[in-house]
Design a protein around this ligand. Structure first.
Ligand code: FES
Length: 137
């Protein structure tokens, strides 16, 4: 049963060596029972829920573009800073956690408060030009 399943990857509260997470790299770990995607862009490290809010696509298999991640299944795009969906078909945000860097490691800390949904806005483009869906931005 899924309830008995062990969370994926390392315990991210214990820290991940930055040397094990290349610039542009992603890895899946956990904090408690939450599966988390850790992503690095330059000197910044982001922690967000590892599954898409649309149909639970595995974001670690998607594309990291700037400070966004694009779902591999239907190309929804999320901000790694806020979890906000920037491009459909996802309409709901993904969770975000704070990350502290010290001693050459990244430690995932507490879950961030959910951002209030915006009323209405046009979709923003992630800037990816590697897929057919992205070219329609
Ligand atoms: S499952 Fe991610 S966009 Fe559909």
């Amino acid at each position: 049963m899924a309830d008995d399943a062990k969370p994926a990857g390392p315990d991210l509260t214990k820290g991940v060596a930055l040397s094990d997470l290349a610039d542009g790299g992603m890895l899946v770990g956990h904090v408690g029972g939450d599966e988390i995607l850790l992503a690095r862009r330059g000197s910044e490290v982001f922690a967000v829920g590892s599954h898409c809010s649309h149909y639970h696509g595995p974001l670690a298999e998607g594309l990291l573009v700037g400070d966004t991640v694009r779902c591999p299944w239907h190309h929804a795009c999320f901000s790694l800073r806020t979890g906000e969906p920037l491009h459909p078909p996802a309409l709901s945000p993904i969770d975000c956690w704070s990350v502290e860097q010290r001693g050459g490691k990244a430690f995932v800390k507490e879950k961030q408060a959910a951002k209030p949904a915006r009323a209405s806005r046009p979709p923003r483009c992630c800037g990816a030009r590697t897929t057919r869906a992205a070219s329609s931005c």
